[in-house]
Design a protein around this ligand. Structure first.
Ligand code: AG3
Length: 281
């Protein structure tokens, strides 16, 4: 008998992976957490049945959500990740020697538990002495973190369930207040295919708070449509002015497989239909 996992993107589009078995299942106050083992993508973490990461392609998302803001900042000493309890974004942030403190604020300790048990690739993030994990609501956490961080990254699920408020202007105002002067903020911002309204609305809300907002992209095979966007926001700093090619080369040499110095600029070159959505047209 064959077992298949299927994520429904829209009424008429689905994505399936052949599954060897289920490794972990927990129903938490926030969501359902599963880890399954698949033929082609290795272990996969699902939240409420949606793919969050797979062994085989997690490097793409995690490298791009972390290294773009980290290398857009000249000296990122203190970093906050909201969500991202799996530790993948934290692992990438910690590759930067400038980092003195990296805080991870995850609402659901079962995500952390599942990751520690089934994804050895993220272990280094949790054992690094510079990292500190807070299990609590990201909104409450950020409210008491005024002027604290050089880089803030929101590594959330889709804007449904516990993550809805993380896609709205009142939260972005709190994020802007939690940044140090010159700080930068990046959030995963979904796909434009079939979800253009969500992305247009998100960028509109960001522009109502941040003077500088740009979109960038990465190709992530196991996220809906494979065509993923991120938003880069700041009070004025653009993604390139502080970029230091030598620093980037040192990070690349630490075994990166997607991010590189050319892509730091190239990822911001958006296809026309994506650019229109990002600009609110
Ligand atoms: N965070 C973004 C996942 C969005 C995927 N959406 C979906 N499959 N419908 C992933 C967390 C990884 N650290």
């Amino acid at each position: 008998m064959e077992l298949w996992y299927t994520e429904t993107y829209r009424e008429g589009t689905r994505f399936s992976m052949k599954v060897k078995g289920t490794l972990y299942h927990a129903e938490t106050p926030y969501q359902v957490v599963d880890v399954v083992d698949t033929d082609d993508y290795g272990r996969v973490m699902l939240l409420d049945g949606l793919i969050m990461l797979t062994d085989r392609d997690e490097f793409i998302y995690h490298e791009m959500i972390a290294h773009v803001p980290m290398l857009a900042h000249p000296n990122p000493k203190k970093v906050l990740i909201i969500g991202g309890g799996d530790g993948g974004t934290l692992r990438e942030v910690l590759r930067h020697p400038e980092v003195e403190e990296a805080h991870l604020c995850e609402i659901d300790d079962k995500v952390i538990e599942a990751s520690k048990e089934f994804f050895p690739a993220f272990h280094s993030a949790f054992s690094d002495p510079r990292s500190r994990v807070f299990v609590e609501d990201g909104i409450a956490f950020i409210e008491r973190s005024k002027g604290q961080y050089d880089v803030i990254i929101v590594d959330s699920t889709d804007p449904i369930g516990p993550a809805v408020e993380l896609f709205e202007a009142p939260f972005f105002t709190k994020v802007s207040e939690a940044l140090r002067p010159g700080g930068v903020f990046v959030q995963q911002s979904e796909t434009v295919y079939g979800n253009a309204d969500i992305v247009r609305d998100l960028f509109g809300q960001l522009r109502s708070v941040f003077p500088k907002v740009s979109g960038y992209m990465a190709c992530i095979p196991t996220y809906p449509t494979g065509f993923w966007t991120f938003c880069f926001c700041s009070a004025g700093r653009d993604p390139f002015e502080a970029f230091d090619a030598e620093r980037a080369a040192r990070i690349e040499a630490r075994g990166l497989r997607y991010y590189n110095a050319d892509l730091h600029r190239g990822a911001f070159a958006l296809p026309t239909f994506v650019r229109q959505v990002v600009r609110g047209e």
